[in-house]
Each structure stands twice: as structure tokens, then as C-alpha cells.
Design a protein. Sequence first.
Length: 266
Amino acid sequence: MPPLRTALLQSSGRLGDVAENLKVLDEAAARAAQAGAGLLVAPEMFLTGYALDLQDIPALAESRDGMSARAIGEIARRHGLAVLYGYPEREGDTVYNSAQLIGADGTPLANYRKTHLFGGFEQEAFTPGDTPVVQADLNGLRIGIMICYDVEFPENVRAHALAGTDLLLVPTAQMHPFQFVAEQLVPVRAFENQMYIAYVNRTGPEGEFEFVGLSCLASPDGTTRTRAGRGEEMVFGEADPDLLKASRETNPYLRDRRPGLYASLI
């Protein structure tokens, strides 16, 4: 099974401008496809921007099958690659911080609602999701999805490992001064759970926030296969099923677990 070449789009787009952000995503998909990528991952809340005024979020939020989802489905189909993007999802009067994976044929594959909301802004703007493990199959890999703060909870990532996730997609809005998450925590999560993690960040100032970039594809062997800097860019990495298999055979973490000892965790 060939590696899945994955494009990590480190960009904040334009705050509040869905049409412009769709254009940025379309252009990025064209470049990613030209470079041989089968998957493009955009950051948390990429569709609308992150640092929105609270009163604007419900108006910009869309259903998972709304106009923007259909537009991104067409982008994916036209360029022949899967796309994962972050957006505010509206269901009735409820708004979630969500991420959706669209297949290369334009078909929605999975939709995830952020389960751990960070800080007062998110907790006031969104309702937390209640499904921790959302997965889809893509190019022979089991893909999992979570968003930003979710990956900082070890139980969350371990749940994905036990459910067989091979490549965990984490669109994020990681801000200063927490860059150690991208630099240190994410590679450790990949190693201790024996999976790839694509951690894809926003960059630069936005409202009261300063996003740090440093997007990466971390590998199950503990290395970082690709790492972005602090500015707008797109980087590429390979999620290699052969390396994943070899690493899982060598690393005994999941085999050596003793779940009976961990009941106090819940």
C-alpha cells in the first residue's frame, strides 16, 4: 500500500470572509494535487476564521451539508484529493466547532464536533460535541479527526489508538505561548499511541490571539516527518503504512497495557 502524501495548509485565510477562504482552499488544493498529495488538511475554523465576534458566529455557521460543504466537495472532486477543513457547524439553534472530511470524489466521509472547548471564548461560542472517536477510511488508512485542544487530553488520543486510527487529523488554532504543544506534545502523542498525527495550525495575529504556526506531521516512530515555520505555507509529509506496521510491531505500548489498573481514570 503506497504512502498517503498529505498536504498541511498553514494559513489563517481572511477573517469573516467565507468566499475568500474557499478561494484560498481551492488554490491550495490545486498546488497540493500538483505535488502528488492525496489529502489536504486545513486549520481549525478555516472556513470563517477563528477570532470572530460572538454575535457573528451563528450567522456564519453552516450545516454540514450546506453551501460551503458542497463547494468544498466540488474542490475535492475537481482536484482529485480529499480535503479536511474546520468550520462552525450549525444544527438548529446549536453551533459546534467542527471539522469535516470530504473524499476525493466530493463525498462527505466524516464530520467531527470538538469535544473539549478551550477558554471562555470557545465555551461561550460553541456547544461541545459528545462523540470522541470519529473515523473514516481513506487510501487504505483509518483516518481519525479531532480539533486542537482535544489532542492535549491523553485519554482522547488513546481512544483513537484503541479504535485503530492510523492517521489522526488535528486542525488547530494553537496560540502563543503554548507552542510547546506543537513542538513536543504532538510527537509524543504519535509515539505513545503508534499513529501518525497531522497537526495543522493557523498563523499570525488574529483579534486578541497570536497563532504560532509550527504545523507538523508526527510519526509513530517519534520523529517529525515535516514541520512548517511561523508564516503562511504548505508543507508535505508521507503517512507510510509500512513504517506504521513496523513501528507497531516494535513498540509494545498498546500490547502491554493493563486496563484493569486504570479504572480510577473514569
